[in-house]
Design a protein around this ligand. Sequence first.
Ligand code: FAD
Length: 492
Amino acid sequence: MNNINSYRVFEQNEKEVKNERDYVLYWMQSTRRFHYNFALEYAVSWANKLNKPLLIYEAFSCQYRWATDRSHTFMMQGMKEHLDIAAKKDLNYISFCEREPGQIDEMFMNLSERASLVISDEYPIFIINKSNQKYSQKVDVSYITVDSNGIIPLGITDKDPYSAYFFRKTMQKQFVEAYTHPPRQNPLEDLENDNEIESLSGVVNQFPDGKKALEDIPTFINTLDINHSVQPIEWEGTRQAGLGMLGQFIQYGLMDYSEKRNDPDENKTSHLSPWLHFGKISPFEIVRAIFEHQPEGWSLDKITYNKGSTGGFFNGNPEIADFLDELITWREVGFHFAHHRPDYDKFESLPDWALKTMNEHRDDPREWTYSYQEFAEAKTHDELWNAAQRQLRQEGIIHNYLRMLWGKKVIEWTPDPETALEYLIDLNNTYAIDGRDPNSYSGIFWCFGRFDRAWQERPIFGKLRYMTSKSTRKKVKLSQYLDKYGDQKSLL
Ligand SMILES: Cc1cc2nc3c(=O)[nH]c(=O)nc-3n(C[C@H](O)[C@H](O)[C@H](O)COP(=O)(O)OP(=O)(O)OC[C@H]3O[C@@H](n4cnc5c(N)ncnc54)[C@H](O)[C@@H]3O)c2cc1C
């Protein structure tokens, strides 16, 4: 029926496909794009098989933990872009922003009553994972989720990878096979039955406010009971903006990536994490665009399995290899971990050595401790930490290298590691535009030892890897960064 690797397809219930019904329903939850989307491709193939039209339902919950004006605006900008495309192309597409809790549920259940089957996105964490579990039980037809998260299908691993090195071995073995089976660029082109689905207006008009929300995003958001203190950022949540960011990175950052990515003053990383998080851009299209910049004569044949070492695998440009190690190994290790570990966000999920060493140092005296509010307002004694937190508050991101320091210091300045973890998850997921992602948990839990190894023992940290602001200041270029976000320079 299609070429999608079975390791990407997850049957969520054992219910039947009802041929006599009106359409195939694709519920777009995390892979929010019409291109390079395995779930959409899979839904199209089902629609063709049953000779039915396809209904795409993209909705968005008004209330979820850490909901802010920032995350809502970014998401809704992407939905508005979809609404415009759908209108131009006459797609059967419903875009719905919930005003009151429960409306998404009602709308989805109503739509599912006319569906032959439901296809949705596989996503290992947070509300999407839970909603797939819940709705697959509530509907009376087959409910299938499809994984478009990364290059390496989630179903390939059979347990949680304990280190990046371990996962890199899997990645190296699977890369060529996975990469040469990409999602179709424009799956909707293959849809055979593009009849308009009749009498959907009854369902859609049920909540007229939600339908109108995208016409005036700020006004709609203002009426919601969410955290309004976290403001929208300058970047737009559209696919167009994400592709623009990719183009800029390839032009200005990629060839300096290895040398300059750690220097906050250089600004040479891709900044793609927000669009990756909201599913606006596919890792496949990023890798394809990046491969075009391999040296002449390079091809996939040059790739050699290298037992999990970082070098000597892609065997092309080293800058490209370094970038792809972040985009594939480091990004996807967290997705695979969460896929196998429902406790991915729990302190107890940390490796035994890390739990043991933190316990042994639980009562070590702390020179400084701060409340959540003091951290949130960047009121610590450390100018560099405060600068990183200010960048996070104002722009919704922290420079990659400083994000590690930012996380490590909270461990040092809280009464115990459990409190540190709770604060970090809340700070990250409230302010970061790319927060609430498997990568959020990889990054934060990495500070506590996940995917890492034991280092030399020290107070408070025990054997966890240790970082200091002093050595960071020596190691990376920061003067412009501190001019912009340092104490006195920036008003919160
Ligand atoms: C405490 C802490 C919290 C973090 N929270 C998040 C988060 O909420 N969301 C998030 O996407 N990332 C998070 N990270 C990982 C990393 O910092 C960001 O992915 C990266 O800074 C995003 O910037 P970029 O897109 O310019 O990265 P680039 O350097 O351009 O890398 C390209 C892509 O590779 C992936 N990547 C890069 N570095 C890492 C890494 N260390 N771990 C996992 N994936 C990586 C990201 O998808 C990124 O967009 C966190 C790291 C730490 C230490």
